[in-house]
Write a protein of this length. Structure first.
Length: 151
């Protein structure tokens, strides 16, 4: 006994719904092409262009002036967050070698020491508000609480 295949109940329901909505149903994800899965990337914690800009600034700085003043002035002109700046300075210290320091006006230990100091928040005055005062509250006693309840 050979039977011809017939559409099932679900197929009839889908066809009926398609005819009622006149094809206005949103497309399903299974219909049409799918985008390839994105390739995973490893993101750096620091700002690579800023790290390169720091090194180029050190190379182009021709005066034997104070390194800390020169770098502080340069960093203030660069738009970067404090967290990203600190991580970039730390990455600079890790990647900086004595061969890199050979072309600079400053020695390797001086540059690393200056970069390490600049990672500390006490080195930057904009991170501190001198006008803010610490308000110390003493804990309320039971007598003070009772006075508040009576009022």
């Amino acid at each position: 006994m050979h039977c011809t295949p017939e559409p099932g109940t679900g197929s009839h329901a889908d066809r009926t719904q398609l005819e009622i909505n006149d094809g206005a149903l949103p497309t399903m994800q299974a219909q049409g092409p799918q985008l390839p899965a994105p390739m995973p990337r490893q993101w750096e914690d620091y700002d690579i262009p800023f790290l390169e800009a720091i090194y180029l600034h050190l190379v182009e700085e021709s005066t034997q002036g104070v390194l800390a003043v020169s770098l502080r002035t340069f960093i203030r002109t660069y738009p970067i967050s404090w967290t990203k700046c600190r991580k970039t300075l730390a990455a600079f210290c890790q990647q900086f070698t004595e061969d890199d320091a050979a072309v600079l006006n400053w020695s390797f230990p001086v540059v690393v020491h200056c970069m390490t100091q600049m990672q500390q928040d006490k080195y930057w005055d904009f991170l501190h508000n001198d006008q803010a005062s610490v308000i110390l509250h003493k804990p309320a006693t039971i007598c003070e609480w009772e006075k508040c309840v009576r009022i």
